[in-house]
Write a new protein. Sequence first.
Length: 290
Amino acid sequence: MKFGISYSTPHFGVDPDNLTRFARDAEDLGFESLYVPEHVALHPGAKIGPMELDPALPYGDPLECLTFAAAGTRHILLGTGVLLLPYHHPVVLAKRLATVDLLSGGRLRLLTIGVGALPGEAAAAGVDFATRGRRADEAIDVLRLLWAGGADGVSHAGEFFTLDAVCSFPKPVGGDLPIHVGGSSAPAARRAGRRGDGFFPGGLLTPDERRRQFELARAAAMEAGRDSDALQYTRWGSIGMSEVDVERFAREGVTRLVVSPATADPVAQRAEMAAFAERFALVRPVGPVE
């Protein structure tokens, strides 16, 4: 089992010193990865399920935050949980993602995308809420097409995006980036299987619903001629979870758990993270961390 940790900008803020300290603490304590969430725009009365979101929550841009965190660390992998793909143009995003990956030494390995759940946010970004799933599918294809393309350019004619001999440089380290898919719906599970390198479901689902969704993701991968066993399975956990909890997740096929401190106080955060690292014997990185 791998363990990641989320820096929740809406709850912890975007103070640069706090972000750097958190990232360095996570790396020093042996967490595999650092995740940052995204909302591009909120509005009064916005709700996800029964939960109303304060429109003044300081959601920092996840890629900017991860780049900043990467400058103060050397080993920890970088992830988004989640980046709302339909609200980003893939030509612009391809270059941003490749640049973050290069500047971090190839550590943007846990890019996780979602489609969003707020119609008002889609409207603010100029996106038809009803088409966001199809837009995300096409955007994934365009991202990979751009990263694979050479100096002669790539072309694409789709429902939402048209490219004619477009070149996108620089490339990510290794030429491509893994793309994980978030979401708590059946379409998200199918998207993960058909196009994703991993599935990271959220939402308030029963254990049976979780099991069926992961089975759906694996079945979609097989139908698409892909290796279903290669599909990583990431889930949210709690900072206070026990070994029994982790064993239960492992039996469900989970390969990575992402937790977050329950407090915004830096001293208490470090204590919670250290206790978790000790409980699960996390391995600290080899080599100096500047």
